[in-house]
Design a protein around this ligand. Sequence first.
Ligand SMILES: *[C@@H]1O[C@H](CO)[C@@H](O)[C@H](O)[C@H]1NC(C)=O
Ligand SMILES: *[C@@H]1O[C@H](CO)[C@@H](O)[C@H](O)[C@H]1NC(C)=O
Length: 169
Amino acid sequence: MARVLSLVLLLATLASILPPSASQAATRCEYPRHAGHGYKHPVGVRKVVVDAGGAGDFTSIQQAVDSVPVNNTVRVIMQINAGTYSNKLDHERARREKVLVPASKPYITFHGAGRDVTVVEWHDRASDRGPDGQPLRTYNTASVTVLSNFFTAKNISFKPRSTVQEQTK
Ligand SMILES: *[C@@H]1O[C@H](CO)[C@@H](O)[C@H](O)[C@H]1NC(C)=O
Ligand SMILES: *[C@@H]1O[C@H](CO)[C@@H](O)[C@H](O)[C@H]1NC(C)=O
């Protein structure tokens, strides 16, 4: 239940940073000139392609995020091709596949191919074991954590697989 709540919070957070009108215009300047609080316009646009099947620059979203330099000043549009970006192989990979956008990397955009076809899906339960053998706590199970400013996402969905399974039991 707590995990479901944290998902709701995650989605609420995403929703709050993704007003529909703003998300339509991510390739243009979606921020007013006087947005205040230190907003600096990115100095250009770089596009990278994430493709789970290997047809892009990266096969995982985290690899693409990792490629962005610290103190990034460019709007980086990550075209995330249709696919399920999941963590089905094993628990070690599962944790690595979770997406973390650090505070030092502003101006990142996730641009999926469509909400139904570009899906970040994760599988873990609070009872799964962490590297120390202890059960993972619920707060370790969010799949996408965005700590940076000026992040946008569109046409992509994020969903926990295990929650769906639990609900249908
Ligand atoms: C990034 O910016 C911070 C704050 O200005 C600075 O302290 C840090 O050294 C910078 N890091 C790099 C790698 O440029
Ligand atoms: C979003 O995805 C839909 C298909 O689900 C596509 O028709 C539309 O062009 C996409 N919009 C953007 C901005 O990528």
